[in-house]
Design a protein around this ligand. Sequence first.
Ligand code: G6P
Length: 368
Amino acid sequence: ATAEKDGYEHFMLKEIHEQPKAIRDTLAARLKEGVVDLSREISLTPEELKRFDKVHIVACGTAYHAGLIGKSVIESLVRIPVEVDIASEYRYRNPILTPSTLVIVISQSGETADTLAALREAKQAGARVLGITNVVGSSVAREADEVLMTWAGPEIAVASTKAYTSQLIAIYLLGLYLARVLGTQPEEQLLEVTEALPRLSEQVKSILEDHGSIRKFAEKIAQHENLFFIGRGLDYPVVLEGSLKLKEISYIHSEAYAAGELKHGTLALIEEGIPVIALATQQAVHDKMVSNIIEVKARGAHVLGLGLEGRTDLDRSVDEHITIPETLSLLTPVLSVIPLQLLAYYTSTARGINVDKPRNLAKSVTVE
Ligand code: G6P
């Protein structure tokens, strides 16, 4: 088994390090000379695409968190309303599905029972279903009307890492493609995003090369039983994912909050010494986020701030500070999740937990 792990101690660590390649492979052949072309994979004609008046994204677990980012990406690039649902909720809430609904199901394995059931229900209601999956020949790949593959390679660890970042890449590609075909954004703006995409792979690599401070912070939080993640804008779905990752493999209770909601309840739980992981990568809400950090600090929280390289005001307001390379605000989730994956990993190993096979969890949930 050591050979399969390429010298890494666990599959999860190997898969975390495979992300630069997974990103490259998922982009390859779809992006040429600044233009995203999915016409060989997606059979919907521009006329058919124009008829969609809304999008539903349906998924479970980490794929659901990718879906939350998908909502922002599609709404901002394509200007079409998007709803995101947990598959086990969607099925039972009698969703409004019509032939002009595009339903996107996201599933690494392509076999998650609730996600598959949602796919089938959507098809039955006459909606068009586009599946984003990592497994060729999986049920999602076979049953969806349209398939957009992620090329992350086999993911073995229960806690999903490279599948998630590849799902994000697939979503950016889809958003850019739809925006171009439907003409919803000026060309220059699409070009800016399209040109920033291929740089993500090297940027992820640079984060992976320098994670000493994350490891040290992990050893600290390994002693705690409760902690919080906070973020605003696109940092919010990323902290949801960071919190899930940590729960899955460290068994530490954590909650992720939209930082602006703190005052509506969670602030009551902040006491001396409690770790708070604060993401502050979103330019538009940066100052608001810094105010939220000051609020939790004033109540004694020990704050790890994660911000963009070159923004020095953050390190003045936090106890520990790590950075990710600069990219467009829309693309930061691909980078900001990496330190959170490493944090979960090193906290898990510090606690002596079986990282790749956490208790009670399965890689693929094929029962309802
Ligand atoms: C399980 C896995 C998660 C995964 C979720 C959805 O809970 O442990 O890592 O995100 O299922 O799986 P899917 O294969 O549909 O993406």
